[in-house]
Design a protein around this ligand. Structure first.
Ligand code: URA
Ligand code: SF4
Length: 207
């Protein structure tokens, strides 16, 4: 028997607080003490809000899944092993991280780096939605399946969605492999080549 969807008070709460944030700093200050997900709030070191260029609109946004251990310790997105490979591939593709917003679908590290659960993604979505409104990046690169699904829908398959821009609310959204997949399959593996090819295509298509 299917139950009707139950409104999630915590998700509504996040969405309301996020929507009321007038700017990036206010949003970050509101997100840092967030405890909408009881398990994540109890096990994380800190909320990893994300980063954005100071004083100007980002040329593009990178959106990952959730912080890992290094991000949880430092409070910065994509600074661990995945982040180091991402930096290397961005440089190879001719993209400048300093011009990018670096965000995640879920702002708290899931224990053991498990995939964030649907209710966690739903709760945290208010923060990301408002970040995108405030920063207004013309181009988004969704790294990995969690981010790809957030933008393109739950049925998204990376292998078929990647390699081109999708129009989402007037933004060009590219979905590609997560750098952790590129690490897992190794330097000669398909995900590393695919991620580099997609980032190179993004660089060529940037407005
Ligand atoms: N993986 C992610 O998806 N995001 C990070 O910030 C770090 C690792
Ligand atoms: Fe709040 Fe997002 Fe962390 Fe959940 S994952 S506690 S919604 S900041």
């Amino acid at each position: 028997m299917t139950r009707p969807p139950r409104p999630d008070a915590a998700a509504d709460g996040v969405a309301g607080v996020a929507a009321a944030a007038p700017d990036w700093d206010a949003l970050a200050a509101a997100a840092r003490p967030c405890v909408a997900c009881p398990e994540l709030a109890a096990t994380r070191q800190q909320v990893v809000v994300g980063e954005a260029p100071a004083g100007h609109r980002p040329r593009f946004a990178l959106v990952g899944e959730a912080p890992g251990a290094t991000e949880d310790q430092t409070g910065r997105p994509f600074v661990g092993r995945s982040g180091q490979l991402l930096d290397q591939l961005l440089a190879e593709a001719g993209l400048d991280r300093a011009q990018a917003a670096v965000l995640n679908v879920v702002k708290c590290r899931p224990p053991g780096n498990r995939t964030p659960r649907a209710p966690e993604v739903a709760r945290c979505s208010g923060w990301l939605r408002r970040q995108l409104e405030l920063l207004d990046p013309p181009v988004v690169v969704a790294l990995g399946l969690s981010a790809a699904k957030w933008f393109l829908g739950p049925r998204t398959v990376l292998a078929t969605a990647r390699g081109r821009a999708h129009d989402v609310d007037g933004r060009a959204v590219w979905a590609t492999y997560h750098p952790s997949a590129a690490i897992r399959f190794g330097p000669a593996g398909a995900p590393r080549a695919g991620l580099l090819a997609d980032l190179t295509a993004v660089a060529a298509a940037l407005p």
